[in-house]
Write a protein that binds this ligand. Structure first.
Ligand code: ADP
Ligand code: MG
Length: 252
């Protein structure tokens, strides 16, 4: 297994320096500096349109930056000689929309990338898949199709699918925003357990309770910049900037 190759806790996992991103003439990231250390859980909050998704998508090069640097475990992913597909396998991503394959069983959803991207044999991929399904509490759903599951269960499957790739870090973009309120808790519980296991996580969320209890650090973004960051409990209780105060007064 790769576990021996895992980064030392506290080593920089994601190192973002002066990151800029424009779409045409519109600059949506205006110089972001952020280091996420191995084992750290960083929650990112901010108003719609502030650049949170673009920031996350930049980390695995779904959005190529227009300026600055991004290092993943010390490797500059903008270096044209870097094998970006290999780096991407180290980074799990979970979106608001679960993006499961509707025509495949849950088990097959969890094995297909293991086989095609990692070259695992079917039997090993299924063993890993069943381990991860157990981890998110869905062992009994292996043979179901995603359409037969609740939104919360589908999102837990999506998390299990990402974990099957044995990532070093996980990026979550509003993983509970599409869920009915009564289904949010089960997904947050899975994420909390993952955080407790030492996973490095960047989480864009409006769930301030999660940010306070699970986050090691809270980042507040507005208009393409990090306006404020710090200990989540501290930032939520005593926001220093007017823009943070205005945002929190609407969501808390
Ligand atoms: P957030 O996730 O904080 O709501 P986004 O990162 O999705 O913000 O978007 C930031 C800004 O970038 C928004 O103004 C959005 O319209 C714009 N944007 C995002 N993606 C694209 C794109 N592919 N093309 C053009 N503009 C985009
Ligand atoms: Mg977004």
């Amino acid at each position: 297994m790769r576990d021996n190759a895992r980064p030392v806790p506290g080593a920089p996992a994601i190192d973002i320096r002066g990151l800029r991103k424009s779409f045409g003439a519109v600059e949506v990231l205006k110089g972001i500096d952020l280091t996420v250390r191995a084992g750290e859980v960083v929650c990112v909050v901010g108003p719609s349109g502030s650049g949170k998704s673009t920031l996350l998508r930049s980390v695995n090069m779904l959005e190529p930056p227009t300026g600055g640097d991004i290092l993943i475990e010390g490797v500059d992913i903008l270096d044209p000689d870097v094998d970006i597909d290999r780096i991407r396998t180290r980074i799990g991503m979970v979106f608001q929309q679960f993006n499961l394959f509707p025509h495949m069983t849950v088990l097959r959803n969890l094995t297909v990338a293991q086989e095609r991207v990692l070259g695992r044999r079917r039997a090993e991929a299924e063993r890993v898949a069943r381990d991860m399904l157990a981890r998110v509490g869905l062992s009994e759903k292996a043979a179901e199709h995603p359409g037969h599951l609740s939104g919360g269960q589908q999102q837990r499957v999506a998390i299990a699918r990402a974990l099957c790739m044995n990532p070093d870090m996980m990026l979550f973009d509003e993983p509970t925003s599409a869920l009915d309120p009564e289904l949010v808790g089960e997904v947050l519980e899975v994420m909390q357990a993952l955080a407790s296991s030492g996973m490095t996580m960047m989480v864009v969320t409006h769930e301030m309770g999660f940010a306070r209890e699970v986050g090691d650090r809270l980042i507040f973004m507005d208009d393409g910049v990090i306006v404020e960051e710090g200990d989540p409990t501290e930032v939520l209780a005593n926001p220093r900037h007017g823009r943070t105060q205005a945002f929190l007064s609407k969501v808390l």
